[in-house]
Design a protein. Structure first.
Length: 221
């Protein structure tokens, strides 16, 4: 049974989510402020975090950053009333895997949770230039040096490398990597790509993943 941590200060939302997620077969714990949520996370074992943006004692952004300092892989989904691009980018840059705007459909939230928790246990080594990806171990190296990626950054890089030599459109990526099959702001892909490129630390002339303006991306050795 997957264990979900909800960090949300609106009691009505907590009870609504707790009841619904338990009916879906998840174990659920909750905290009503950021500090309590982070303490629960440190002392528990969770498979996913649902994190409100505006929280007392510690903001959602602060909680997300703190979680990422001790765990780079656990999926984090922001629950937010924030709706500007700048605010969305800020949330993703702190290490969140996804976000959903309030008010939201419970069915949509469940689907996003399933996407984040789906089994990725493949046994395969992928390469792109000096990049080596071990899918089973969830590891990435460049010239044998370890590179730390979030789960969604890892998924996106794997997808592009698996499709090496082919142009991957933003629509394809949002469907295949995010498993989203409805109208969605594909600009989120660019945010993750910028983070990946920064971590891989390539010079411009060494960029093994090129942007195809107005279409998407292509990975090439």
């Amino acid at each position: 049974m997957k264990h979900i941590l909800i960090v949300e200060d609106e009691e009505g939302i907590v009870q609504f989510l707790k009841q619904g997620l338990e009916e879906e077969g998840y174990q659920v714990s909750s905290a009503n402020n950021g500090l309590q949520g982070f303490e629960l996370f440190k002392n528990g074992r969770f498979d996913l975090v649902l994190l409100d943006w505006m929280l007392p004692k510690m903001t959602g952004i602060e909680v997300c950053k703190s979680i990422r300092e001790i765990n780079s892989k656990i999926p984090i989904i922001f629950l937010t009333a924030k709706d500007t691009v700048q605010e969305t980018v800020e949330g993703l840059k702190t290490g969140a895997n996804d976000y959903i705007k309030k008010p939201f459909s419970f069915d949509e939230l469940v689907e996003r949770i399933k996407v984040q928790l789906r089994d990725k246990s493949e046994q395969e080594i992928l390469t792109l230039g000096p990049i080596e990806i071990n899918i089973q171990k969830h590891s990435v190296t460049v010239d044998k040096n370890d590179v730390s990626l979030t789960q969604k950054e890892f998924d996106l890089l794997c997808y592009l490398v698996k499709n090496k030599g082919n142009v991957c459109s933003r629509t394809q990526i949002i469907q295949d990597v995010w498993d989203i099959h409805f109208e969605y702001d594909t600009g989120v892909i660019d945010v993750f790509m910028n983070a990946i490129r920064k971590k891989l630390n390539f010079k411009v002339e060494e960029d093994y993943i090129k942007t195809i303006r107005g279409i998407g991306y292509i990975a090439n050795d």
